[in-house]
Design a protein around this ligand. Structure first.
Ligand code: FAD
Ligand code: NAD
Length: 367
């Protein structure tokens, strides 16, 4: 039977090996891919079970082992980039020689489409909670020492809480702790803190519970999901961000990353839709950033302003977009990111198509 020429070729399965010294056990994953980053591998050690999930394109390669001996909580993860090798160095609790690594657990050594894997959670501690607007807060959660996880830019995770006996999960997008911090993406290795900007809805199911947590309480965080690819930035010249309300959250890391890492970039413009001035997240940081970096412009649009507001008003519309989405050069390479309430995003995508932007030039954030 002839192969379907349109079928996407699946990548070659990674493999693994291990070796030891008196005090260390090193697990090596051969990804057989060149461009591997530290965010491609998620490692957890919980209740004697060792789990390392490597994401390659849309596939997941799992090492899942009940270790034969105890190890210390902390381990290190290294990438040998040019050969696509991942090394996970575990510290033995006792200096004995291991005759085997352990016994295989569920799905060990399997390489399957990521969509066919379930979400894996680990318990994280609430470290701080800070007011940002009248209803939005910055939460800082700490990963356990026995987890290595970095959320790729543009991706989200699920938070899980047990509410009156039922597990509830909702998606949230990690952000940087500030738009102006010195430490830009890619994050420092071993970064244990994950920040979230979350709007509390008094009548909501999940967010009031999250808001009631005390410092030191636990929330479970899933492994990352999402289809934004950093390759969408390649050769990018104009980046347009259309955000409504907390739909601003995916734009934060994108903004930081693009301004720091894309040499071809000429212009970044954010159009930020909110109901009132009080709802604008990080307004003064955005204004400071626009002042500091001439490539960055910001436009606020309010749907329910007070009479004092003399900026732009209304909902997303053809008039607002056609004026805003001007390429810096005739044929410059553009990317438009859009995120907000579903009706906002859907309407925005329709308007962008009407303005002749192609599918490849538009990225919308959804679950
Ligand atoms: P819900 O119970 O869902 O209620 C939300 C509001 O709708 C409340 O005001 C409620 O009263 C009202 N409501 C509920 N049901 C009805 C109904 N049937 N009719 C009318 N009104 C109703 N949010 C963030 O704050 N930050 C983020 O970074 C973030 N990232 C996200 C990433 C993704 C990929 C997605 C899909 C969503 C993201 N969200 C984010 C939204 C988040 O997942 C939740 O939807 C949000 O926090 C609301 O949760 P809740 O359970 O508290 O409220
Ligand atoms: P909000 O109710 O405060 O509204 C903010 C702005 O969105 C409004 O000022 C208006 O301009 C626009 N808007 C609202 N409803 C609209 C409609 N029906 N048609 C056109 N425009 C409309 O927003 P919020 O409470 O902050 O909600 C943010 C939304 O973004 C949530 O639904 C959340 O799930 C979503 N979100 C999604 C992701 C993601 O998919 N990755 C990430 C973060 C937030």
């Amino acid at each position: 039977q002839a192969a379907d020429p349109l079928a996407k070729e699946s990548p070659v399965s990674p493999s693994y090996d291990w070796f030891q010294t008196d005090s260390l056990v090193t697990i090596v994953i051969y990804t057989k891919q060149k461009d591997i980053n530290l965010d491609a591998v998620i490692v957890d050690y919980q209740n004697d079970s060792f789990r390392a999930e490597t994401i390659i394109k849309d596939y997941s390669y799992l090492i899942h082992i009940g270790l034969s001996h105890e190890i210390q909580e902390e381990f290190s993860v290294r990438i040998v980039e040019n050969v696509g090798k991942i090394e996970i160095v575990l510290k033995k609790t006792e200096n004995t020689s291991w005759t085997c690594l352990g016994h295989p657990l569920e799905n060990h050594n399997l390489f399957i489409p990521k969509k066919d894997t379930g979400l894996y959670y680990r318990k994280c501690q609430l470290i701080s909670k800070e007011d940002v607007t009248h209803d939005t807060k910055l939460f800082c959660l700490m990963l356990p020492p026995s987890t290595h996880l970095q959320v790729p830019i543009g991706q989200h995770v699920y938070l899980k809480l047990t509410i009156t006996g039922t597990e509830i999960v909702k998606p949230y997008t990690p952000v940087s702790d500030s738009l102006l911090s010195e430490f830009k993406e890619p994050v420092l290795p071993n970064n244990k803190y994950i920040y979230f900007l979350i709007k509390i809805y008094p009548a909501g199911l999940f967010t009031p519970e999250l808001d009631h947590l005390q410092i030191g309480d636990f929330v479970s965080i899933s492994s990352p999901e999402g289809n934004f690819k950093i390759s969408q930035f390649q050769e990018l010249e104009d980046l347009f961000l259309l955000a409504a309300g907390t739909g601003f959250t995916p734009m934060i890391k994108i903004l930081n990353y693009a301004l720091t890492n894309i040499p071809t970039l000429r212009k970044v413009k954010l159009m930020f839709f909110n109901k009132t001035e009080d709802d604008i997240i990080w307004r003064s940081q955005l204004e400071k950033l626009a002042f500091k970096d001439k490539r960055f412009d910001i436009e606020f649009v309010l749907s329910a302003p007070t009479s004092e507001w003399n900026g732009k008003q209304g909902h997303i519309s053809p008039a607002l977009l056609s004026e805003f989405l001007k390429r810096s050069l005739d044929k410059s390479k553009v990317l438009i990111c859009i995120c907000g309430p579903m009706p906002f995003t859907e309407q925005g995508i329709r308007l962008l198509h009407d303005l002749n932007f192609s599918k490849d030039e538009i990225h919308s954030f959804t679950a």
